[in-house]
Write a protein that binds this ligand. Structure first.
Ligand SMILES: [Ca+2]
Ligand SMILES: [Ca+2]
Ligand SMILES: [Ca+2]
Length: 269
């Protein structure tokens, strides 16, 4: 391996570290919710805020799209809310890198319902789900999934298709979810639950259920199905990068590739 190839690899690896799955994350623009002007994701999260700074739905977007478990080897998810005509049929779950989906909440589930995922050493996972008031309160269910592993993203399944936290898996690379990380400052109270501090191992996953890349096809309100998940850690993808860093790394990568091309020509001639 010559040094030109090495520098190209380093440059591209650095880019990969910044952008995770290789896509450039940027803050998404919200549209006006068809559910009403007082039903924006910002307003709905403000309504759950007991104390501390409000969650800034625009500037606090993280760009995280893949996660793994933390030391407990288990995670809890709480259904926060869903404001969508498709709510009774929308489903929420996790998927692995092979694209295998595991449903955590079905159409019957709604606010305050809970799911747990146990990540076992052999790669199997156990999922238990229980409903609580308000809204529907379906009974406890439990299921085992073989060989799922412990690196996963989140999906929203609708009657028209499935959307993923990784934009690259969505039609036209459309961004269909925004993700917020706990700030250790804001106290939130989910309907039916005790209030508590939004800690930094907790994440809010907020989905839009209409494909946004179709002009006029989506209201981009991102409150169609919203879940908080805890005891998870982002993998590879990191927060929205500073444009300067991204540009200089891209320049470094391209520059290295250009040098590599020159080196190849030299060898051929
Ligand atoms: Ca909605
Ligand atoms: Ca419920
Ligand atoms: Ca929507």
């Amino acid at each position: 391996m010559n040094r030109f190839f090495t520098s190209t690899t380093v440059g591209l690896l650095a880019l990969g570290t910044i952008f995770g799955s290789g896509e450039v994350a940027s803050a998404v623009s919200f549209g006006t919710s068809i559910d009403g002007p007082d039903k924006s994701l910002q307003k709905l999260l403000d309504d759950l805020t007991v104390s501390g700074p409000k969650i800034d739905t625009v500037n606090a977007q993280t760009g995280f799209d893949l996660f793994t478990n933390t030391a407990t080897g288990g995670s809890v998810g709480t259904f926060m809310f869903e404001v969508a005509g498709f709510a009774p049929t929308n489903k929420f779950g996790i998927y692995n890198q092979k694209g295998e989906k595991v449903e955590l909440f079905g159409g019957i589930n709604d606010q305050s319902d809970r799911t747990t995922v146990d990540f076992l050493a052999n790669g199997d996972i156990w999922v238990t789900t229980k409903g609580f008031a308000p809204g529907n309160a379906p009974p406890l269910s439990e299921k085992e999934y073989k060989g799922f592993g412990n690196v996963f993203g989140f999906y929203l399944e609708t009657l028209r298709g499935t959307f993923y936290t990784e934009n690259s898996r969505n039609p036209n690379g459309s961004q269909q979810a925004v993700v917020y990380q706990g700030n250790n400052q804001t106290t939130l109270q989910i309907a039916g639950r005790q209030p508590g501090l939004f800690t930094d191992n907790e994440f809010i996953i907020a989905f839009e259920d209409l494909l946004r890349s179709v002009p006029g096809g989506s209201d981009s309100d991102f409150q169609d199905l919203v879940v908080m998940f805890e005891s998870i850690k982002p993998v590879s993808a990191v927060a929205v990068p500073e444009p300067g860093i991204a540009t200089s790394l891209l320049a470094f990568g391209l520059g290295s590739a250009w040098m590599l091309k020159g080196q190849r020509k030299k060898l051929e001639s």
